[in-house]
Design a protein around this ligand. Sequence first.
Ligand code: TV1
Ligand code: CA
Ligand code: ZN
Length: 397
Amino acid sequence: QYGLEKPRGYNVSFHYNPHVEYHHFGSSHPMKPWRLTLTKQLVLAYGLEYTMDLYEPRPATMDELQVFHDRDYLSFLSQVTPQNAKPDDPAYLSFGFGGESNDCPVFDGLWNYVSIYSGASMSAAHNLNNKQSDIAINWSGGLHHAKKNLASGFCYINDIVLAIQLLLTQNQRVLYIDIDVHHGDGVEAAFESSDRVFTLSYHKFGIDRNGYPFFPGTGNINEMGPTDPANRGKGHSLNIPIDDGIDDEQYKWLFKTVTGAVIEKYNPTAIVLQSGADSLGGDRLGRFNLNIKAHGFCVETVKSYGRPLLLIGGGGYTPRNVARTWCHETAVCVGTELHNELPSHIPYIQAFQGAENGGGILYPDLHNTKRHDNLNTQDNLHKLVTQALENLRYLEG
Ligand code: TV1
Ligand code: CA
Ligand code: ZN
């Protein structure tokens, strides 16, 4: 009804199983699957569904998840419920559940939830493999902290690793890029011994006033994977540690310069972009000060290289802005511009209205919600880029 037609050139597919929305981590937990409902509502309200192929993927099976995860871990994950959980059981704690932080709670429907978001990433990878899509999107995935036998940082199953493993059946080199405010440690670790996957993460890194490192505490510029020269994966990770409050112009310059250099050097045949929206200004857990269009600039930049692209979600803890950003980035993929005034017929329109919720527009100024002073100087960022480009020289020989 907005006159959008399927643009020629890019075939975009949208992989979404609405059952993911009905899961709750617990009332005070910052991860809200409900943000995916808001995202889907915006995408529909702007008529973007007419510009893409829509898929409702089935949940991943136990066998499919076992390609990366340990059997013992999966069998625990598939059986544990809030009713039968024993929080002091050594197995429970050793698999990363509960604990003091309770980052990874056991909640009703947990197994269903993880199978759904994983199935969607695999479905997206499948579409790229058989060339049905140039860009495949799964906003419910991007759970980059999960390890093969460990739940970590709100992530239980690493859907990204599973999707990359599928892409590797058809691609010689896959580039993984991660703009979530947290370090993509689980994906980096999974492929640390491979030269067929290069991982690049931009994230907040540093120790806070209270003495705690920003989660997960890894990802300094000198962490480039294994140091053993005999290891094939040597030099195939690049980490870009950033301080609080980085602004649009700084981030865009940093992203374009470093990502461009990596793509040109590594020459991937497919790219996976984890587009965590907790790098936006005003995010409940984040520290950066990015606006929606600066975040979307990363998607535009990656898209411009014209390689098969898997675009996935991740963090994002201020749901209205997560929805705005992922709707905008969906439009970037299909190559259309959206009007700033939100269509008035959106269910949950109240979530976007009022000065404190962004005034009923798609692109509110998130600098207004600034809570973190910019600690990144031009000098620091130039040194960081110099070091990053220096690290890339390991790829040469
Ligand atoms: C339950 C209820 C859990 C309220 C967790 C914030 C909560 C957090 C909660 C929280 C919270 C973290 C740590 C501390 C490590 C722990 C999806 C030393 C208000 C990809 C994961 C961040 C980010 C984990 C995930 C972090 C992603 N921050 N309230 N927990 N211990 N955990 O710092 O990268 O976005 O905060
Ligand atoms: Ca990151
Ligand atoms: Zn995050």
